[in-house]
Design a protein around this ligand. Structure first.
Ligand code: FES
Length: 121
């Protein structure tokens, strides 16, 4: 395991992201609400550039067994990373895929030390 300086922390504002290459891999660091998350820029569907996708919300369905009605609600704004190729959705804070069960973005330890963002891989 090796530490890599990605950028000065003041270059990554809240809601922003930095994509860089470390050890031949494209790695993205997100700043979400002041917390940092690092993932491979690689979607589990067909290897699309997941980290270049929009951060949005998602649509959740609920079913009322009495009326047999299904309703859709848009929710979780700012928590969902959408793959720009085919729209698979991932939780940006965990890497968990919402589009397929048991799919997870590979993640890396990331921290701020002094003035720098450091990713360990
Ligand atoms: S490559 Fe990401 S959804 Fe297809």
């Amino acid at each position: 395991m090796t530490d890599h300086i990605v950028a000065p922390a003041d270059e990554l504002e809240e809601g922003g992201r930095i994509i860089t290459e470390l050890n031949g891999r494209e790695i993205c660091v997100f700043n979400i609400d002041g917390e940092y998350y690092a993932y491979n820029n690689w979607c589990a569907h067909q290897a699309g550039p997941i980290c270049e996708g929009n951060i949005t919300g998602t649509t959740e369905a609920s079913f009322d067994p009495e009326s047999l009605e299904v309703s859709l609600d848009y929710c979780r704004e700012g928590e969902i990373l959408n793959c720009p190729w085919h729209g698979w959705e991932y939780e940006v804070k965990s890497g968990k895929c919402l589009s397929r069960q048991k799919v997870q973005l590979p993640s890396y330890a990331v921290r701020v030390e002094g003035e720098d963002i450091i990713v360990t891989l």
